[in-house]
Design a protein around this ligand. Structure first.
Ligand code: DGY
Length: 326
C-alpha cells in the first residue's frame, strides 16, 4: 500500500491573484486570505503556528515572538524586495530561512520613481486640482502653477542598488547630472554605465535639484531625513521617497514643505501606512501615492511567482534563489 505524501502547509498571508493561488493549492495545503484582511500580531502568530512556510508582504512583521511560536516553520517568503518587516537576527536564531523578490520589480519601481519625480517637480496633481477647481480661465504666462525643470538638473540618488541604478539610467535620457550616495561606491565601470558621480551625503543634499530615496530601511537610517537635512537642501529642490516611510521624519518634512524650505515632495511610502499624517494631507506641494511603485499587474504577478518559487525551493530542501543573509 503506497503511503500518502503529506502536502506542506503554507500560509499565504494576503490576497493573491486567484489563478496563482489555484496552482499553489495543487501543490500545498494552503491557508489563504483572499478577503485580504490585515493581521494583528496575535492572529498572524496563530495562523503561522502550524505552518511549514509562510508567504507574506511587507505589511506583516515577522519577529522572534512569531518564529518561536512556529516550530515547524522552515521558510518565510516576502513578496517584496525590502525586508525591514523581518527581524533577521530572530530568523537566524530560529534557523528559519527568509527570502525576498529582487530584480523582477526593478524597472517598474524605477519607472514609478521617475513618474513621481516628474509629477512632483512639474506639479502635475496640483495643476489638475487647480483645473478641476475651475481656476483655468485663460492661457497665462505665469498665472498658472509654475514648476521646476527635470532636464539638465542635478538628480541626487540616495541608495545605489539595482533600483537606484535603474533610475540613474533613466535620468541620462533627460540629460540630468546624476550624483549618488551609497554605503559603498560602485565600480568605475558601473558608475560610467549609469552616468553617475559618487558624492558624500552633505554634497548630495546641498547640490541636488531633486533627491530620490531608494535605499533599504535599517535602524541606522531611521529618520535620516530630518530638519537638519531638509534645511541643507535648496529651497527649489524636491524630495521623492520610494524607499520606506521611516527614513524621513514626516513631521519635519511637512513643516519644511509648509514653510517652503523645499519646493515639493513626492511620497509613495509612509511611516504609519496605510495611515497618512494629516499634516501631509493638508499640503498642496506634495504628491501622495499609496505604496504603488511596483504595482503593475505584470510585476505584481512576477513578485508573487518568485515568492512562491523561493518558498517551494526552501520546502524542498534546496537553497531558495533569493535567500537572505542575517
Ligand atoms: C518592495 O518590494 O519592497 C515594495 O516596496 C513593495 O513592498
Amino acid at each position: 500500500m503506497s503511503e500518502q505524501v503529506q502536502k506542506p502547509k503554507i500560509l499565504v498571508a494576503r490576497a493573491i491573484f486567484p489563478d496563482i493561488l489555484t496552482r499553489l493549492e495543487q501543490l500545498a495545503d494552503v491557508q489563504s486570505n483572499q478577503e485580504d484582511h490585515l493581521w494583528n500580531a496575535e492572529d498572524l502568530k496563530a495562523a503561522m503556528a502550524n505552518k511549514d512556510a509562510a508567504i507574506v508582504t511587507g505589511g506583516e512583521r515577522v519577529d522572534a515572538d512569531i518564529l518561536k511560536a512556529s516550530p515547524q516553520l522552515k521558510i518565510v517568503s516576502n513578496i517584496a524586495v525590502g525586508y525591514n518587516n523581518f527581524d533577521m537576527a530572530a530568523f537566524s536564531a530560529a534557523n528559519v530561512m527568509a527570502t525576498n523578490t529582487p530584480d523582477v520589480l526593478t524597472d517598474t519601481t524605477a519607472d514609478f520613481g521617475f513618474a513621481l519625480l516628474m509629477a512632483t517637480a512639474r506639479r502635475v496633481t496640483e495643476s489638475e486640482h487647480w483645473l478641476r477647481a475651475g481656476n483655468w480661465k485663460k492661457f497665462s504666462i505665469y498665472d498658472t502653477p509654475l514648476s521646476m525643470d527635470i532636464h539638465h538638473s542635478t538628480l541626487g540618488i540616495m541608495g545605489m542598488g539595482r533600483i537606484g541604478q535603474a533610475i540613474a539610467r533613466r535620468a541620462r535620457g533627460f540629460n540630468m547630472n546624476v550624483k549618488y550616495y551609497n554605503r559603498s561606491r560602485l565600480s568605475a565601470d558601473l558608475e560610467k554605465e549609469c552616468g553617475a558621480t559618487y558624492v558624500d551625503r552633505d554634497t548630495l543634499l546641498k547640490e541636488s535639484d531633486h533627491i530620490i530615496l531608494v535605499m533599504p530601511y535599517t535602524p541606522e537610517n531611521h529618520h535620516l531625513f530630518g530638519e537638519k537635512e531638509l534645511n541643507m537642501m535648496k529651497p527649489t529642490a524636491t524630495l521623492v521617497n520610494i524607499a520606506r516611510g521611516g527614513i524621513v521624519d514626516e513631521l519635519a518634512l511637512a513643516k519644511a514643505l509648509q514653510a517652503n524650505k523645499i519646493f515639493a515632495a513626492g511620497i509613495d511610502v509612509f511611516e504609519g501606512e496605510p495611515t497618512v499624517r494629516p499634516e501631509l494631507l493638508a499640503l498642496k506641494n506634495v504628491v501622495l501615492a499609496p505604496h504603488i511603485a511596483s504595482a503593475t499587474e505584470k510585476t505584481r504577478r512576477a513578485m508573487i511567482e518568485l515568492a512562491i518559487e523561493n518558498c517551494l525551493a526552501g520546502l524542498a530542501g534546496k537553497t531558495p534563489p533569493n535567500l537572505l543573509k542575517a
